[in-house]
Design a protein around this ligand. Structure first.
Ligand SMILES: [Fe+2]
Length: 184
């Protein structure tokens, strides 16, 4: 895979209203389960697609995401997917960071006027657009205009066992992470 790919989901744009309704329910459940915890930073405690089960919309989004991942990476077995909800005010937008796993991406649900800036390229965010790239590509999110709604995206990482090409070598043992679900 080159640095990244962009995929526009017509399923998401067609169903965005109901998808956001399901997200709102998920956020309420998340607050019940993890009071006062941020949905981004509690990422090792839940997975978006488990939190939102059995939403048909999220079943469909999962299939589209899985297909996108598998057609764009060489690895095709023992893949795990970690996924969380980013639910941010303008002042919460994430500053420079990278991700610990070989592949990372995000699904835009309500992206306001924002861009995600990587060191060597910039992504213009739009509803239904899925970004999928290498986890080591550092990035930050910037607002092009002030906004008062929430920016809502679904972040995800793909972990390839047995070795992450990044900071650590994991062995195939549990490590208190409830965020990963088997992808293949
Ligand atoms: Fe990120």
């Amino acid at each position: 895979m080159k640095d990244y790919i962009l995929h526009q989901s017509s399923y998401i744009t067609t169903n965005i209203k109901e998808i956001l309704e399901d997200i709102k329910i998920g956020l309420r459940i998340h607050q019940e389960l993890f009071p006062k915890e941020d949905t981004t930073w509690s990422y090792p405690k839940y997975n978006t697609f488990s939190l939102l089960a059995p939403s048909s919309h999220f079943w469909n989004i999962f299939q589209e995401l899985k297909n996108l991942i598998l057609t764009n990476i060489p690895e095709n077995n023992e893949l795990w997917l970690q996924s969380w909800i980013n639910y941010h005010d303008q002042q919460d937008l994430l500053d420079w960071h990278d991700h610990e796993y070989p592949y990372h991406g995000y699904i835009n649900l309500n992206c306001e006027k924002t861009e995600t800036i990587f060191e060597s390229y910039t992504i213009k965010n739009k509803v239904g657009q899925i970004y999928f790239g290498n986890g080591k590509n550092k990035h930050k999110v910037v607002a092009l205009e002030n906004f008062s709604n929430k920016r809502i995206t679904i972040g995800f990482d793909v972990h390839t066992i047995p070795t992450s090409r990044l900071y650590r070598t994991y062995n195939e043992k549990p490590f208190y992470n409830l965020g990963f679900i088997p992808l293949v």
